[in-house]
Design a protein around this ligand. Structure first.
Ligand SMILES: C[S@@+](CC[C@H](N)C(=O)[O-])C[C@H]1O[C@@H](n2cnc3c(N)ncnc32)[C@H](O)[C@@H]1O
Length: 569
C-alpha cells in the first residue's frame, strides 16, 4: 500500500510536469527522441502527427517514472529495450473483423462484385490482387479474403486470389499469421462465416487454412519500401489518420501508382482522398471507397521516406536489402545525372522559376527594374525571345523544342547557346512543368560571326536585318498583349482560388479534428484493453485469496486503521 501511494504520487507529479512543459523545449526534445528512435529502429516518426507521438511518449514517461522529456530522451539513448517499447506503443494496432460493417457492405457490392464479375476465360493469370496496408493483427485482411472467396464461390469462379497484408509491427503480424482469435470475434463475424471459415478450438477460433493461404503477411513500411503493383484493391484503413497531411498526399500518389487503372482504394471512416481529386474519384464517399482516375505515363513517385544517400547516413540498415539496394542505385544515378548533365532550370505552368541546377547560374542575367521570377525575363537577353516561344510550346502544347543556337555575350567571351525545352511528365497530370536545358556550344571567334556573310549580297543584309527586327517586335508585341490578357485571367483565377482555399482550409480543419478524435478513440481502445487485463488479474487474485481463507480454517479478522472490523472469515 505504501508503494502504491508513492506510485500514485509519482504519476500525479509526472502529469503536472508534462502540463508545465515549455512548447519550444518540448518540440526540440521530441525531435531528439524521434531521432534516437530512428537510429535504433530504422523507422522515422517525424511525419507522424505530433500530438499522437507526444501522447505516446508521455505515456512511456509515466511508465518509466520520469518527469521530463530530457530525462526520457537520455533513457531512450541508453536503453535499446525502451526504444522497442516506444516503437510498439506508437504502432497502435487496434482492429477488428469487418470494422465499420456498413463500409464493408458497400465494399462487397461496389468493389468485390465488380472485381469478380469477370469471365473465367477473361481472367488474367494473375487473378485478383489486393494490398492491405497497416493490417495489424490481420482481421481486416481475413475479412477481405472472406468477401472475395464468397464472391468467387457464388460465381463458380476459380481464379487465383492474392492478398498482401503488410505492417511494421512484427508481433502483430505473428498473431495474424497464426490466425487464432478470441471467442469475442463472434460479435463481428456472423455464425455462418464462423462455421465456414473458422475452426472452433474451444477457447479460440482459428482461421481455416484455405483462408490463411490466400493472405501473405509481410513486414513492410509503406513509407519507405516500394508499393505492390498491378493491384485491384488497396485497403489502407486507419493508418493515414496518424500521418501529417503532406505524407497522406504522397501515399495517395503511391497507391495510385500501384493500382490498375479504374481500380479501388478503401480508406478508414475518418480518412478521405478528396484532396487528391486528380488521382481518385469518389465511388461511395460515406464508405470511403474511391476509384483511380486514368493516368498518363506511369511514373514511380518518390517514396515518402525514400532512402536518399543523406537519409541513409543516419539510418541503420533494417535488413531489407532486397528493397534498399536498387533504391540507393537510383538515388546515385539521379545525383550523377544532376552533376554531369547540362545546366538546367525547372519552371511551373506560369513560367515561374522553381529550381536551378548548380551550374545554371551563369545563364541568368537580371536586368534593371523590379526583379522578376519569370525565367524568360531572367535569362540572358539574347535567349529571352526564343525561350518565351519554346516555353509556350512546352507548357501549352506539351511539345519539346530545340532552339537555334544564338551567340550569347558572357563577361569575357561570346559562346553559342541553344536550349532544349521539354514538358515534364509528373505523376499528377494536372501539374504542368517544363525543364529548360542550356546547351553550351563553342566559343565564337570574331571571324565566326561573319562566316557565310559573303554568300549574301551586301545590300540585302540591312534589309534582312530590318525585316527580322520588325518580325521580332511584332511577335513581342502580340506576345505582350497575350500576356496582359493572361495576367488578367490569372488574377481573377487567383481570387477565385483563394476563396476556394479558405473554404477548403475550414473543411480541412474540421477533417483534422475528426481524425484526431478517431486516433484518440483508438488509443482509448488500447488503454481499455489494458484495464480489462488488469481487472481479470485482480479477480483471479481475489478468488485465490478466497480459496486460501476457505481452506485455512483459521478465524481471521481484517481491521482498519481504527481497529474496526472490516471483514472476517
Ligand atoms: C490502427 S491500426 C489499423 C488496423 C486496420 N487497418 C484497421 O483499420 O482495423 C494502424 C496500423 O498501421 C501500422 N503502421 C503504422 N505505420 C506504418 C507504416 N509506416 N507502414 C506500415 N504499417 C504501419 C501500425 O503498426 C498499425 O498496426
Amino acid at each position: 500500500i505504501t508503494e502504491m501511494t508513492e506510485r500514485l504520487e509519482e504519476v500525479a507529479r509526472s502529469k503536472d510536469a508534462v502540463r508545465s512543459l515549455d512548447v519550444d523545449v518540448a518540440a526540440n526534445e521530441l525531435r531528439r527522441i524521434i531521432g534516437f528512435l530512428r537510429s535504433r529502429t530504422g523507422h522515422d516518426f517525424s511525419s507522424y502527427k505530433r500530438a499522437t507521438v507526444m501522447r505516446r511518449v508521455i505515456r512511456r514517461m509515466q511508465v518509466c517514472r520520469l518527469d521530463s522529456l530530457t530525462a526520457y530522451a537520455e533513457l531512450l539513448q541508453e536503453t535499446p529495450e525502451e526504444a522497442k517499447e516506444l516503437f510498439s506503443d506508437l504502432l497502435i494496432s487496434v482492429t477488428s473483423f469487418f470494422r465499420d460493417a456498413r463500409a464493408f457492405e458497400a465494399l462487397k457490392h461496389q468493389v468485390i462484385d465488380c472485381i469478380m464479375d469477370v469471365d473465367q476465360a477473361d481472367s488474367t493469370e494473375e487473378g485478383v490482387r489486393a494490398w492491405v496496408v497497416g493490417c495489424a493483427t490481420g482481421e481486416e485482411a481475413y475479412s477481405l479474403a472472406m468477401l472475395l472467396l464468397e464472391a468467387a464461390h457464388e460465381r463458380n469462379l476459380q481464379i487465383p486470389i492474392q492478398i498482401f497484408a503488410t505492417d511494421l509491427d512484427e508481433g502483430a503480424l505473428a498473431t495474424a499469421r497464426e490466425g487464432r482469435y478470441p471467442r469475442s470475434i463472434e460479435v463481428n463475424v456472423s455464425a455462418e462465416r464462423l462455421a465456414r471459415f473458422f475452426v472452433d478450438e474451444g477457447t479460440h477460433f482459428r482461421v481455416r487454412k484455405e483462408l490463411r493461404d490466400m493472405v501473405v503477411f509481410a513486414v513492410h513500411s509503406v513509407l519507405k519500401q516500394p508499393p505492390f503493383l498491378r493491384l485491384d484493391l488497396v485497403s489502407c484503413r486507419n493508418l493515414l489518420i496518424y500521418l501529417e497531411r503532406s505524407l497522406q498526399q504522397q501515399l495517395y500518389t503511391l497507391f495510385h501508382y500501384g493500382l490498375k487503372s479504374g481500380r479501388f482504394l478503401f480508406l478508414g471512416s475518418a480518412e478521405t482522398a478528396d484532396t487528391s481529386t486528380e488521382l481518385f474519384a469518389p465511388l461511395d464517399r460515406e464508405a470511403r471507397i474511391y476509384a483511380t482516375r486514368p493516368r498518363g505515363v506511369p511514373n514511380l513517385p518518390l517514396l515518402p521516406q525514400y532512402p536518399t544517400p543523406e537519409r541513409l547516413t543516419h539510418q541503420r540498415p533494417t535488413g531489407t536489402a532486397a528493397f534498399d539496394g536498387p533504391q540507393v542505385v537510383v538515388a546515385q544515378h539521379a545525383g550523377a545525372l544532376e552533376r554531369s548533365g547540362p545546366p538546367s532550370a525547372l519552371v511551373d505552368a506560369g513560367g515561374t522559376l522553381l529550381n536551378l541546377s548548380p551550374t545554371a547560374g551563369r545563364f541568368i542575367f537580371h536586368s534593371a527594374g523590379p526583379p522578376s521570377t519569370q525565367l524568360a525575363s531572367m535569362v540572358r537577353p539574347e535567349l529571352r525571345l526564343d525561350l518565351k516561344l519554346a516555353l509556350a510550346l512546352a507548357l501549352d502544347s506539351r511539345r519539346t523544342t530545340l532552339t537555334h543556337s544564338v551567340t550569347v555575350a558572357f563577361d569575357n567571351e561570346r559562346r553559342r547557346v541553344s536550349m532544349h525545352v521539354a514538358p515534364v511528365v509528373t505523376s499528377a497530370p494536372s501539374i504542368r512543368q517544363a525543364l529548360v536545358s542550356f546547351l553550351d556550344g563553342d566559343v565564337v571567334d570574331d571571324e565566326d560571326g561573319i562566316i557565310g556573310a559573303e554568300e549574301l549580297r551586301p545590300e540585302e543584309v540591312p534589309r534582312l536585318h530590318a525585316e527580322l527586327k520588325a518580325a521580332q517586335e511584332a511577335l513581342v508585341a502580340s506576345r505582350s498583349g497575350h500576356d496582359a490578357t493572361i495576367q488578367d485571367l490569372r488574377a481573377t483565377n487567383e481570387e477565385l482560388q483563394s476563396t476556394n482555399e479558405e473554404y477548403r482550409s475550414t473543411a480541412e480543419e474540421l477533417e483534422t479534428s475528426r481524425e484526431e478524435l478517431q486516433s484518440i478513440n483508438e488509443e482509448l481502445h488500447t488503454v481499455n484493453a489494458e484495464l480489462k487485463g488488469k481487472l481479470e488479474n485482480l479477480s483471479v487474485a481475489h478468488s485465490d485469496l478466497q480459496n486460501l481463507t476457505a481452506v485455512m480454517e483459521i478465524g481471521t479478522l481484517f481491521l482498519d486503521a481504527e481497529l474496526r472490523i472490516k471483514m472476517f472469515t
